[in-house]
Design a protein around this ligand. Structure first.
Ligand code: CDP
Length: 228
């Protein structure tokens, strides 16, 4: 059977990547985390001192865009792919609060989006992919055969992200995480290029009250009904 492109978009920390990863595994597709690509560029900006306080040096970033290479390499221990920045494993670092605080500012820059959207589209030419992000069903793959828009209540999303950070021994608070999610959603939804918005042909899935097993089951059912 012909493979399709599956686009999963939605709000910050609503479990898109868990859902997308599991669906890809079950149906033998490749999972691509577009958020990791934006997070990697944000990490690069932090490491290279391109932020002065809250101000991002756009001229320097523009000049250095071609020097930022993000790759995904399978990790045999976890069975998942890790994100690499210029050959260095940054999987854990890109999930830190320090990166979360800067990523939406970086992701709002037009030339950053242009470069990453091009890379994402190149990864999808063979189809058979599940990609999650904010603009996958609207900009990256507007012709994706299956589009899902995921959401959950801000409190539930905060609690889930807080547990992840605590498990990583990163000290933070409910209020700090809630503020970060709300702020990222605000910046992501109001930017000019590739804003976070539901594609008109996307199916909405609110997973506030679903267990991981239930959400996986719903995703699989959506895929199966699409494939007939
Ligand atoms: O895991 P979480 O939902 O919190 O975020 P993510 O998917 O890792 O994305 C991190 C950030 O990257 C988002 O808040 C957006 O600012 C940006 N992003 C984007 O602009 N476009 C995408 N396709 C994916 C992520």
């Amino acid at each position: 059977m012909n493979k399709i492109v599956i686009a999963i978009d939605g709000h910050s920390s609503c479990g898109k990547s868990t859902m997308a990863k599991e669906l890809a595994k079950q149906i033998g597709y490749t999972y691509i985390d577009s958020g990791a690509m934006y997070r990697t560029v944000a990490l690069y900006c932090i490491q290279k001192g391109l932020f002065v306080g809250n101000k991002l040096n756009l001229d320097a970033l523009k000049q250095q865009m071609n020097a930022i290479h993000t790759t995904f390499i399978p990790n045999p221990t976890t069975g998942k792919s890790d994100t690499y920045l210029n050959g260095k494993n940054v999987e854990s670092e890109i999930r830190s609060m320090a990166v979360a605080e800067k990523v939406s500012q970086v992701a709002a820059v037009g030339f950053v989006r242009e470069a990453l959207v091009r890379q994402q589209q190149a990864l999808g030419t063979e189809k058979g992919i599940v990609m999650d992000g904010r603009d996958i069903g609207t900009v990256v793959f507007p012709d994706a055969e299956l589009k899902i828009f995921v959401t959950a209540s801000p409190e539930i999303r905060t609690q889930r992200r807080l547990e992840e950070l605590i498990a990583k021994n990163e000290p933070t608070s409910f209020e700090a995480v809630l503020h970060n999610l709300t702020e990222r959603d605000r910046i992501d939804s109001t930017r000019k290029d590739g804003p976070l918005k539901q594609a008109s042909d996307a199916i909405v899935l609110d997973n506030s009250n679903l267990t991981i097993a239930e959400q996986n089951q719903q995703m699989l059912a959506l895929f199966q009904s699409k494939m007939g």
